[in-house]
Design a protein around this ligand. Structure first.
Ligand code: ARG
Length: 592
């Protein structure tokens, strides 16, 4: 089923073709009106066409309206200002559309006719350290994009491209060899916390001591030669680090398959020689470099991708080249998405240009980098603990849940207090878990991805406004209407006619029919905040609908038909919130 917007677009496309067959593929430029006075949707197409058709825009607009066949969908169309075409939806058509959504598990999101194989690379931390707040955005944003892609019927691989190789492991090994030979006896006995301590000390030595640094680089070579002792320690450390990562992924309800950098080791020499053979790579001062047109450094000199260092070693770029080739040629990826810190934008731009030039990424392959900004503290500097340390993700999640629990159980009075007191400890913990995670995730996802944002517990835990807890509350409140009225939302008679008369009913209906358009936009623009904004408008639409003064009564509606119709609106609102929150990686609770 096409969304209402899609149907209107199609009707416009047909009208334009009628006017002039050469206009067949003209974008009708339809968007939501900002002011409902001007109808529900508005087309700007006439302004763009006026020159081409040698007419004034209002004349063109009239011509389009004359050719437009939307009588079933629209109550009226009119021309405003210089030539905007305003479209007013017909309530009966809205009602019919809503009835269709009610029986559709995908709420109007059409299952794609052309499933594309997607591969999304997200989270992808460097190992031997605990996951910290710097990994939050990639991990939860990647999960959202993956869920939306799946929801539309595409196939997807979720890849954790962990940093499990290279200099950092050379450093670690050198440090262990020098200072902790006991580790070599039983490397499995160590916890990620120990690894992090080793790592910090190793890094300090590496930065301050040239002899150590040289030895550390030699350890990378030792690893590359598959020296048994080095391999045993490496394997144990990788295993322990990944165990820790997956503990965090489980807490966050995120799923990922680990295919670390080391997986590509055997493919690196081949990639370098292939790029040399097709003249993309050349030697420059002892290193092998790929120079791409248009990339320069600050001084204006050509900026190469270094794919083999002077000592013969490979690096991040080489691994990403091997990975992109593998994902396209061996895994059949047709759209590759990478979610990383925005500071890596240039790396990915160059990677994509190189992959196209090498002929791996053919025309039909879509390549996207999704860059995100930093999480800042209230001082607007990178978010740190009070004593200046890194904020561990585990601590962050635990604190969020603890704060949510306090919020649910404290400062409650009257009926609310009674209700919470009737909950079992287990139920309270479940709610706290859902609310705490919803707060963290929703707040992160509702910010513009490319910008930095300031982390604030108070803001994200607020019970009103565009927050996770508020969304969960809105959902639970709607579900409670069903419970109060003794009706099961999930089994309302499907043939219930929808009655849309009151302005608040109409307004809510017009929001609900847009779900599939929003989902499609999220995946087109790769912006989760389009969905948080939409869900917020759903909850606001519902609040006005249910408002004692401005809205309508549901359980005490004037007639049984009205009551049923309004219950159906409630149920559809709840379904929309639940589905939208699911796509955001957020689990709802029935009561809170
Ligand atoms: N490990 C990298 C980091 O922590 C992110 C890797 C992203 N994926 C990739 N294919 N480069 O910055």
């Amino acid at each position: 089923m096409n969304s209402l917007l899609e149907q209107i677009k199609q009707a416009f496309a047909e009208a334009l073709t009628k006017i002039d067959p050469s206009l067949k593929d003209t974008d009708p430029m339809i968007r939501l009106t900002t002011d409902r006075k001007f109808g529900d949707y508005q087309s700007n197409v006439a302004m763009g066409l006026a020159k081409k058709l040698k007419k004034n825009p209002r004349e063109v607009a009239q011509q389009v309206i004359d050719a437009l066949d939307v009588a079933d969908m629209c109550e009226k169309t009119d021309i405003a200002g210089p030539g905007f075409i305003n479209v007013f939806l017909r309530p009966s058509y809205l009602a019919q559309t809503l009835a269709g959504l009610n029986t559709d598990d995908h709420l109007g999101v059409a299952q794609t006719q052309q499933p594309l194989h997607h591969i999304i690379d997200f989270s992808s931390p460097n190992l031997a350290k605990e996951m910290h707040v710097g990994h939050l955005r990639t991990t939860i944003t990647g999960e959202v994009i993956a869920r939306v892609i799946e929801f539309m019927g595409h196939t997807i691989e979720r890849v954790n491209h962990v940093g499990d190789w290279g200099t950092q492991f050379g450093m670690l090994l050198q440090y262990i060899f020098e200072n902790h030979p006991e580790v070599l006896e039983n490397p499995d006995a160590f916890h990620v916390k120990d690894l992090e301590t080793f790592y910090k000390k190793a890094k300090k030595n590496f930065d301050e001591n040239d002899v150590f640094a040289t030895e550390a680089r030699k350890k990378v070579v030792l690893l590359q030669s598959e020296d048994p002792t080095a391999m045993t320690v490496w394997k144990a450390f990788v295993k322990e680090s990944l165990r820790h990562c997956h503990e965090i992924y489980d807490l966050l309800d995120v799923s990922l398959t680990d295919i670390g950098e080391s997986f590509y080791n055997t493919k690196l020499p081949g990639v370098v020689s292939e790029l040399k053979e097709n003249n993309m790579a050349c030697e420059d001062k002892g290193a092998v470099c790929v120079f791409l047109d248009g990339f320069t450094n600050r001084e204006g000199d050509p900026l190469p991708m270094i794919i083999q260092k002077t000592d013969g070693g490979y690096n991040y770029d080489t691994t990403d080249l091997a990975a992109i080739k593998y994902r396209i040629q061996d895994c059949g990826g047709k759209r590759l998405i990478y979610v990383t810190d925005i500071r890596q934008a240039q790396h990915f731009t160059m990677l994509f240009v190189a992959a196209r030039k090498a002929g791996w990424a053919t025309q039909d392959v879509i390549l996207d980098h999704v860059g995100y900004g930093m999480v800042l503290g209230s001082d607007r500097k990178p978010f740190k603990t009070r004593d200046g340390g890194t904020v561990r993700l585990r601590d962050l999640i635990e604190e969020g849940v603890a704060r949510a629990k306090a919020m649910i159980t404290e400062n409650r009075e009257g009926a609310q207090l009674e209700r919470v007191q009737s909950f079992s400890e287990e139920k309270i913990n479940n709610i706290a878990n859902a609310v705490g995670l919803a707060a963290i995730k929703y707040s992160d996802l509702s910010h513009n991805l490319a910008s930095d944002y300031v982390f604030s517990w108070d803001k994200m835990l607020a019970m009103d406004g565009n927050t996770g807890p508020y969304m969960l509350y809105a959902y639970a409140r709607i579900r409670s209407i069903g419970r109060k009225g003794g009706v099961d939302f999930d089994h309302l008679p499907k043939e219930t006619p929808m009655i849309l008369e009151h302005p608040a009913e109409l307004a809510l209906a017009k929001i609900l029919v847009r779900f599939s358009d929003v989902v499609a936009n999220v995946i087109k623009e790769l912006k989760p905040n389009l969905l948080t904004d939409y869900l917020y408008s759903v909850s606001k639409g519902f609040s006005s609908f249910y408002d004692k003064k401005l809205g309508v009564s549901v359980l005490d509606a004037e007639s049984d038909d009205l009551k049923m119709s309004r219950l159906l609106l409630c149920s559809l609102t709840a379904k929309t919130l639940k589905a939208g929150l699911y796509l955001l990686g957020i689990t709802v609770v029935e009561e809170m």
